[in-house]
Design a protein around this ligand. Structure first.
Ligand SMILES: [Zn+2]
Length: 400
């Protein structure tokens, strides 16, 4: 590609480390597992390390040879239960019925510290201890995203459906209380991550961004309509809101049938698709105009890397998930994955939809065999990767 003529203001691009480590953790734990032939409800008593004995009822998605299992419960969570933690187990032949909004709400309020309240919207339950105004702003952003996301994939003829129960989002009043709650998931990186989707609990965790020092006009101010407008008027807020949209995209994709939790999802696909949608549309209109636009913070980085000869070879990008998890290579890999997803979604929509379907149908907790990723990619997009790459660079070259 020729050198860029115009230089755009570059906003920092954030990588989504939380999601990545979650998948890796799960896949290594129950590797020796066999699929469960018939679905039934299991009632198990479990004693996880450092926790009191707990009773769980749900559908085993996969069972391990040592008696351990991945158990999906009626709140949409998937629990990793090693065989050594299961004290008692009974089965019946009842189907798993998802909790209703009222049941989910009761569970959330019982679980969270005192002071949390609920904001209901059509497709979300926002559980918050900041202001009702901020909770409402969050839910309206996510409602617009979900509506636009589902209609986008329907237009692409992908078999997407509305989530089977409301999606749960926790919004903490400030970074400190969020960090305190989330450190069990994120460890030391909690201070760098402003929000994340947890594949196991199926929830999003975040905090009220208007309370951040950088955006505050008055000490202690937080969560009012005015504070939200002040936040959104500052360019520094854009990557932060993009992160929330990115995480919400993961949650929707894993709950509308487009992607499957706990299968071997290639990171270039999961993360690249989330970056395709992350351009925030902060206008208050009902539609989401940002979908399919160039994500300039990702594109500019990709372009600079291209000029600097720092492009990851295609087959490596398809197969090496560690590129997306290692801090030194993550942001560059996200940029390149954005470029490839942008190219494939825009120029090969049917093939992309078919490829997504193949990946979503993979067995749970089974790692890919050597060469499988490239084989699946070729099956969807053709054997001639050289021509495909030529087309890719041609399209990237036309991006203005
Ligand atoms: Zn992500």
């Amino acid at each position: 590609m020729p050198p860029r003529i115009a230089t755009r203001r570059r906003l920092p691009s954030l990588a989504c480390y939380a999601m990545s480590s979650m998948i890796a953790l799960t896949i290594t734990l129950l590797l020796a597992s066999t699929p469960q032939p018939a679905l039934a409800l299991e009632h198990v008593t479990v004693a996880l390390p450092g926790q009191p004995e707990n009773k769980l009822s749900g559908e085993p998605i996969v069972e391990a040879r040592d008696g351990g299992m991945l158990l999906k419960t009626a709140d949409g969570a998937i629990h990793r239960l090693p065989g050594s933690t299961i004290r008692d187990r009974k089965s019946d032949s009842e189907p798993l019925v998802p909790l209703t909004r009222e049941e989910l709400t009761a569970q959330l309020l019982a679980e969270l510290p005192a002071g949390f309240r609920i904001h209901n919207s059509k497709n979300y339950i926002v559980c918050y201890n900041t202001t009702p105004t901020y909770a409402e702003w969050t839910s309206s952003l996510l409602e617009r995203l979900q509506r636009a996301f589902i209609s986008y994939w329907k237009k692409q003829k992908s078999p997407v459906k509305e989530p089977e129960q409301p999606l749960v989002v926790l919004v903490f009043a400030d970074q400190a209380s969020y960090a305190d709650y989330s450190k069990k998931d994120l460890g030391a990186s909690v201070s760098n991550i402003i929000g994340y989707y947890n594949l196991e609990t199926n929830r999003i965790m975040m905090y009220d961004l208007t309370g951040m020092q950088a955006f505050r006009q008055n000490a202690g101010a937080r969560g009012s309509r005015h504070d939200i407008s002040t936040l959104l008027s500052q360019p520094e807020a854009e990557p932060l809101v993009a992160t929330i949209v990115h995480e919400a995209t993961h949650q929707i994709a894993f709950n509308c049938g487009l992607q499957t939790r706990m299968v071997s999802n290639p990171f270039w696909l999961t993360e690249g698709m989330a970056t395709f949608f992350e351009t925030p549309d902060l206008a208050s209109s009902r539609s989401w105009s940002g979908i399919g636009n160039v994500n300039y913070s990702r594109f500019d980085l990709f372009h600079d890397n291209y000029d600097a000869g720092k492009i990851i070879p295609l087959e490596r990008m398809l197969t090496d998930d560690k590129l997306f998890q290692t801090p030194e290579t993550a942001v560059d890999s996200y940029a390149q994955a954005w470029a490839w997803n942008y190219f494939l979604i825009r120029s090969r929509p049917k093939e992309y939809a078919a490829y997504m379907k193949t990946i979503a149908a993979k067995p749970v907790l089974v790692e890919d065999k050597k060469g499988q990723r490239v084989k699946e990619f070729r099956a969807a997009f053709g054997d001639d990767l050289k021509t495909l790459e030529d087309d890719f660079y041609r399209m990237m070259n036309r991006v203005k």
